[in-house]
Design a binder for this molecule. Sequence first.
Ligand code: ARE
Ligand code: CA
Length: 453
Amino acid sequence: LSPPSEHIVSTNPSHPWWQRYQPVSYQLNSRSGNRAAFADMVSRCNNVGVRVYADIVVNHMAAAGIGTGYGGSSYDSGSLSYPGVPFGPNDFNGPAECSTSSGNIENYGDANQVRNCRLLGMPDLALGKDYVRGKVADYLNDLIGLGVAGFRIDAAKHMWPGDLAGILGRLNNLNTQWFSSGKQPFVFHEVIDLGGEPIKGSEYKSMGRVTEFKYGKFLGKAFRGRDQLKWLETFGQSWGMLHPFDALVFIDNHDNQRGEGGGGMDTIVTFFESRPYKMASAFMLAHPYGLPRVMSSYHWDRHIVGGEDHNYWIGPPHNEDWSTKDVIVNADGTCGNGWVCEHRWRQIANMVAFRNACDGEEISNWWDNGNNQIAFSRGNKGFIAINNDGNGLDATLQTGLPAGLYCDVISGDFVNRGCSGHTISVDGSGIAHISISNSAEDPFIAIHVGAKI
Ligand code: ARE
Ligand code: CA
């Protein structure tokens, strides 16, 4: 979920998505709705087995001068007054903690600055203070009480690991209306660590998963054809990434799909480049490294000047009164009203079932053509083959799978023991003939034991 806490209402630009990263109070009153709407949503999700993870912005408060937040709380960032919490001047870092003359982070090479100065000019909370920690912990416990399953910790790099541990240590167990007793929230930390800075993602791994930004960068390069796919045989920790159990991985996120926050628009692939995006997403879901996160976006019109998207700020599809448009689901399962819903794309959604079917299995039967055609199995549960070369793939490969006829879940769906796409036949020794045209709409196939005809 986008940050559910009360935030500023920006009019210049008009209602950008990023206004939600400028908290005014910890009341649940945001562009997405009020407290009652939030509680209703979480309860309905939990009742059908959908877990909810909220984005938590507690490194800083709003920077926008004097104003009123979505829920009516006033704020004055000049005098550091946020009565809706309440936070006052003593609850923020100042010149004693932050040494830069601007008060802002000026050099990411200095860990003290990164953690004690202002990120993008926003007043930096003094999370070492018991009172501040208590307010933040109360907010998170409020969400837990309503049935939230966990948190994305925004800007974790900008908070001392010890301060975060002090907050997370105060959290209640999950709500036993939906979770078994003694369960703790799932936490993952947003730390952009592409190397070359003193702050490392691994500093946060004892407190949850950590975002692995190198992952989408590597895969963006590979599937854009700037790095041969054959190298992916060793993809994992040996590439300088976190231990697989510590990493939260993704192809793109809401920042880098807009060219900011780690990666670069020429490297990261997004729904705008749907063909390599589907391939990269399928690779992610087929590969055992890390805990994958599938992106789900809305469309906006890019306006790229000098490599930068001037429409970076554009918020979600909205009605005349700026209320967010509903997500419409069309008869074919795609979304309307400007919502992209990558998570519903057949090639991506079916790979989630693939991943579940292959849970716990390592990579085996790796094959490549020395270039951009690769294939591998996950034990004897699933098999994927990808052709990102300029010529066709035509090979007889070991799939590792039991003999039978399988549904290729990329070209179609497995329904009622039948297949709406191509089928692939595996013989008694696990061998299948695989043929993938380089001009196919989706130049990859995937089969697994959960989609055997
Ligand atoms: C907006 C305006 C700013 C203005 C500010 C305050 O755009 O011009 O100064 O308001 O008035 C989001 C948007 C920002 C927005 C902000 C607040 O992206 O544009 O600012 O909301 O409304 C660093 C951090 C990382 C952060 C990225 C964006 O380390 O934590 O910057 N990512 C998270 C979220 C963002 C969000 C915030 C944090 C703030 O995902 O969506 O900002 O809550 C190197 C470094 C990285 C650094 C990166 C910056 O790669 O290694 O650490 O990331 O550069 O590009
Ligand atoms: Ca900070």
